[in-house]
Design a protein around this ligand. Structure first.
Ligand code: ARG
Ligand code: ASP
Length: 721
């Protein structure tokens, strides 16, 4: 036995030294035992229970979901939390104004009293997870149709989750895995008092901006610091002055050793979603229809944003976050398309489907279930894809018009008010809700931008809608064709929803009979007509298609796992806690090009020398410090290592995830992937896929040397070895 293990290790070692060892997969921590041997071969010195343990402390206790879409990690016993600058971006922006521009200047709380509260921001900690497949499937009858099945699953999931909540002490939910072949319960603790401690200036935290986004080489200090507060018993509590710093069950020691080539790495966090099992038809559709449409439309949106943002500082701040968001997926889709082409993904999928189909036809009892499945997929996609495209178009073009999104919110008020006997109490509640929403909407709203966006988005809608065109768009097309501006002008001139004053006035003096005024509002009418098409025609069909889709993929993933029974298929990311692993390593992205795994402070200066690139501008202070190579005690081989790449399978949501070394130390924070990796949501390529992290030494350097906030380092456990 031992001999066999040794031999295996030797072979792996030889293999490891010459080839990339990236491992596809985002694994459930409670099942990590299955991977632990491979992880240890790659350099992990811990055991499965050190990573995840419900009966004791483990690394998982130091990992949180940050807000809705990111991850974060505890790095001190006093609840100090590190995540990405881009994850805290909205929050940092919300504290910023032209006078106090924390986006540009950075923010550092000089003491705990100066930390800034963030209502609405939550930190979610996993308490435990449990395989509840048997209990869920018990309630399902194989004769149920998909709708009945969904209902049954929903019901039993709610029951299971409710039990786990222990009278409101926890949050809980049951998630499907492998399209409903398996189910797991997740029990969470949610903390609501989360304060901003520090954020570097954007010229560090977002260095390279959208120019460098999704790209290697990268030089970004994409981190921000928060602190979680709890009540005296260390339990979750609403924000209060009396709260005290939360004491996590575990926090990561922070490495000041510096990453080395081929070091083991593990990324522990909350990846959002992957689509690893898509069939060839779906991939073809994404590559040929959905991505090109999205890229084209967003190119135009970005152009308008950029022209308007260049005109004033106020608009620049107002639209910074929106711009970053639109640009992010835009660029990802381009990379994804290139990667899928390069991997010949459609044909690779087709090949697998042929194999699957042959296997299904083999005539054994075991495979009988799967016969005809591939044909069913084909037929299904022929019907479904036009609908899906119409849905995507509504989100890309229709809802990109901000006033459409805002006006939609008044629908409920109209419904309530137009009832025979309007319920004043409900109306009052609705009015309050709308007031709050209006306040936040107008804080970052510029009607000049939106007017241009509206005209352009209507044109795009006309261009792409094809057969499934909303009547309102059709009407506009026959009336105005492409010269839609007069219509848009009229909407903006006549609508009272485009100005904060008028909206507030309407809400302050609102009487139920005023609903007619809203109904007649031009912006409201346009939004309502779009929406009634989408909700009346597209959505219902979509729901029907979606459940059918689940049933096909449920069978497919189950079949694949039988057919390739020696392969460990990972369940698609679904926002639940996962572990990916690999090692620090570069890659060969193109002919004659090699990616080295590290970037340095000198690289920042190199980029900053390109004066014409706004995203590369840095402060004089940073420039001087880097020029003088003032690296303090945070250098690695005499260089300040800024970012590194490693071969961990990650996706959106992994931002802010700690990158952990073989001993369980925090060596960096994950924030991106290289452009050559972005197809990894659909197809992983061990040779190309690299995640990008900020080196922990650079984080320490910025906090200590750049910002002078050594008190923060004092509360950490900094390790050199
Ligand atoms: N691409 C990274 C991720 O998907 C970082 C995005 C933030 N940075 C930016 N320049 N937009 O979220
Ligand atoms: N930047 C992404 C995030 O925000 C991570 C990724 O997609 O690689 O989660």
């Amino acid at each position: 036995m031992l001999k066999k293990k040794l031999l295996f290790g030797l072979i792996l070692l030889i293999f490891v030294s010459f080839r990339s060892v990236a491992v596809e997969g985002m694994w459930l921590p409670s099942l990590i035992e299955k991977n632990i041997e491979e992880m240890q071969m790659l350099g992990l010195e811990l055991e499965a229970l050190d990573l995840y343990n419900e009966d004791g402390t483990s690394l998982k206790d130091a990992i949180v979901r940050f807000g809705r879409g990111c991850t974060g990690a505890f790095i001190s016993p006093d609840g100090l939390l590190v995540t990405n600058h881009h994850c805290g971006y909205g929050v940092i922006q919300s504290h910023s104004s032209v006078e106090n521009d924390y986006l540009t200047e950075g923010f550092w709380a000089a003491s705990r009293d100066e930390e800034l509260p963030n209502p609405g921001l939550t930190i979610t900690l996993l308490v435990r997870m449990e395989n509840v497949t048997a209990r869920v499937l018990e309630t399902i009858d194989p004769n149920m149709d998909e709708r009945e099945r969904n209902r049954a699953v929903r019901e039993i999931s709610r029951t299971i989750a409710d039990e786990a909540k222990e009278d409101g002490r926890y949050e809980a939910m049951v998630n499907p895995f492998y399209y409903g072949n398996e189910y797991y319960l997740f029990v969470y603790n949610i903390y609501r008092d989360v304060r901003l401690v520090g954020a570097p200036p954007s010229s560090i935290g977002k260095f390279g901006g959208d120019v460098d986004n999704w790209m290697w080489p990268r030089h970004s200090g994409d981190f921000a610091l928060f602190r979680v507060y709890a009540d005296e018993e260390n339990n979750p509590a609403e924000y209060s002055n009396d709260n005290v710093p939360f004491i996590p069950d575990h926090f990561f020691p922070v490495s000041n050793r510096g990453p080395e080539k081929h070091d083991f790495t593990m990324v522990y966090g909350f990846p959002g979603s992957t689509q690893r099992y898509l069939t060839s038809d779906a991939v073809k559709y994404i590559v040929e229809s959905e991505n090109p449409m999205g890229i084209d439309i967003r190119t135009r949106v970005l152009q308008i944003y950029e022209q308007e943002m260049a005109k004033s500082d106020e608009v620049r701040i107002q639209y910074a976050s929106k711009h970053a968001g639109v640009s992010n997926a835009w660029k990802r889709w381009m990379g994804e398309n290139r990667g899928l082409h390069r991997l010949d993904a459609v044909n690779v999928k087709k090949e697998l489907e042929r194999e699957f189909d042959q296997w299904a036809q083999s005539g054994s009892m075991e495979t009988e279930l799967y016969r005809g499945l591939m044909q069913a997929f084909e037929q299904y996609y022929t019907e479904y894809l036009p609908n899906r495209f119409a849905m995507r178009l509504y989100f890309e073009a229709g809802r990109r018009i901000e006033i459409v999104r805002f006006a939609e919110q008044f629908a409920q008020l109209v419904t309530l008010s137009s009832e025979k006997n309007p319920d004043q109490e409900k109306i009052d509640v609705e009015i309050e809700k709308l007031k709050r929403s209006a306040e936040s909407f107008f804080r970052n709203y510029n009607s000049d931008i939106d007017r241009r966006i509206m005209a352009e988005m209507i044109r795009q809608y006309m261009k792409y809608a094809g057969e499934m065109v909303p009547p309102v768009i059709n009407d506009l097309q026959s009336k105005y064709d492409e010269n839609i501006e007069p219509f848009v002008e009229r909407v903006f001139k006549r609508s009272s929803l485009v100005s904060e004053e008028q909206v507030m006035e309407l809400l302050e003096n609102y009487r139920p009979r005023h609903y007619r005024r809203i109904e007649r509002d031009h912006a409201f009418q346009f939004a309502r007509e779009l929406r009634s098409f989408v909700f009346g025609e597209i959505m219902p069909a979509q729901q029907k298609y979606d459940s059918k889709l689940d049933s096909l993929y449920r069978l497919y993933t189950a079949g694949l796992r039988v057919m390739k029974s020696d392969y460990n298929f990972f369940p698609d990311a679904n926002g639940t806690l996962r572990i990916s692993y690999g090692r620090v390593e570069g890659s060969y992205p193109r002919d004659a090009v090699q990616f080295l795994p590290f970037t340095t402070g000198d690289g920042i200066l190199e980029k900053a020398a390109q004066n014409e690139v706004e995203d590369y501008r840095i402060s004089e202070r940073l420039e001087t410090m880097l020029e003088n190579r003032r690296y303090g005690s945070f250098a690695n081989h005499d260089d300040l290592v800024v970012n590194f790449i490693a071969s961990n399978h990650t996706t959106g949501g992994n931002s802010g995830s700690p990158v952990i070394d073989g001993q369980g130390n925090f060596i960096g924070i994950n924030f991106d992937r290289s452009w050559e990796s972005t197809m990894s949501d659909i197809m992983f390529d061990p040779e190309q896929c690299r995640n990008i992290a900020v080196n922990s030494q650079y984080i320490l350097w910025v906090i200590s040397q750049y910002a002078g906030m050594d008190y923060l380092l004092d509360e950490m456990n900094i390790v050199l070895e």
